[in-house]
Design a protein around this ligand. Structure first.
Ligand SMILES: [Zn+2]
Length: 96
């Protein structure tokens, strides 16, 4: 029921962060270089996990409608990076 547990994928865009965005109620305070969300700031949602999930979804929809851009200015995207494929791969609603 909690696919993000123990994983290092961004809960918004599916980028492999290499760390957990959230460990329980503890935010990493890092910024995802892919979608630009900062864990613990942009979606703190008053510490409410359900609202945090909704905030992640809202951020993802905004990022998708912006065309899945790479947002980090200091860090280049991995070779062959494709934001839309990345988020579709990681989506819990994927088919099959
Ligand atoms: Zn992200």
């Amino acid at each position: 029921m909690s696919p993000e547990n123990g994983e290092s994928l961004c809960p918004v865009c599916g980028f492999d962060l290499g760390y957990q965005a959230w460990e329980g109620a503890e935010a990493s305070l890092e910024i995802c270089p892919s979608c630009g969300i900062q864990f613990g700031y942009d979606e703190a949602a008053g510490g409410d996990p359900a609202r945090r999930v909704a905030a992640h979804r809202a951020w993802r929809e905004r990022w998708l409608s912006a065309g899945c851009p790479w947002t980090s200015k200091g860090k280049p995207p991995p070779a062959g990076w494709n934001g839309r494929e990345q988020v579709e791969r990681s989506s819990p609603h994927r088919q099959g």
